[in-house]
Design a protein around this ligand. Sequence first.
Ligand SMILES: [Zn+2]
Length: 207
Amino acid sequence: MIHEIIPVGMLQCNCSVFGDEQTREAIVVDPGDDIARVLDVVQRHGLKVKAIVITHAHIDHIGGAQKLKLATGAPVYMNQNDIELQRMMDVQAGWLGTRTPEAVEIDSDAKDASVLAIGATDFHVLHTPGHTQGSISLWIPSEGKLVAGDTLFFDSIGRTDLPGGDGRQILQSIHEKLLPLPEETVVIPGHGPNTTIGREKQLNPFL
Ligand SMILES: [Zn+2]
């Protein structure tokens, strides 16, 4: 599986491009900004984007989604519990002092336990609310990887002081949905360096 991580935008959100070597199908997760760079990666590998997945509706993760959707024709998946937050994009732009990005039309609800696939590789949606109500993580068992959005970080967890955040709920999501995954699972957080489930289980001071 092709996998490139591109830190995009002012807050350096980790955008992931996954591509299947056989079918050349791709899934792009969290195209927050810098869509030209994302498209460069897609084109360099000769990929066709089959799905755009949003881990949660914060501007740094969703800001470039409509641009990427228009460029690729791919449908956008987001958990419906973040729709309210998605409608506040102008407010979110105000937090950062940036302009409001083009509103994205969501095509599909990324529901808990639903599965997306490219080639023979399954991407399992885990609903992990707490950072926002619609936060999801994507587990790719055959690759031993977890895309964690802003739920779990190297040595940290997502902030819960923004609208839709809930400190108790994020801990519950991490303990019930993420920590039971195999310890060697590589975690790709929404920002910063990769880690593993085992490392965070052992050393993360918030858990
Ligand atoms: Zn966030």
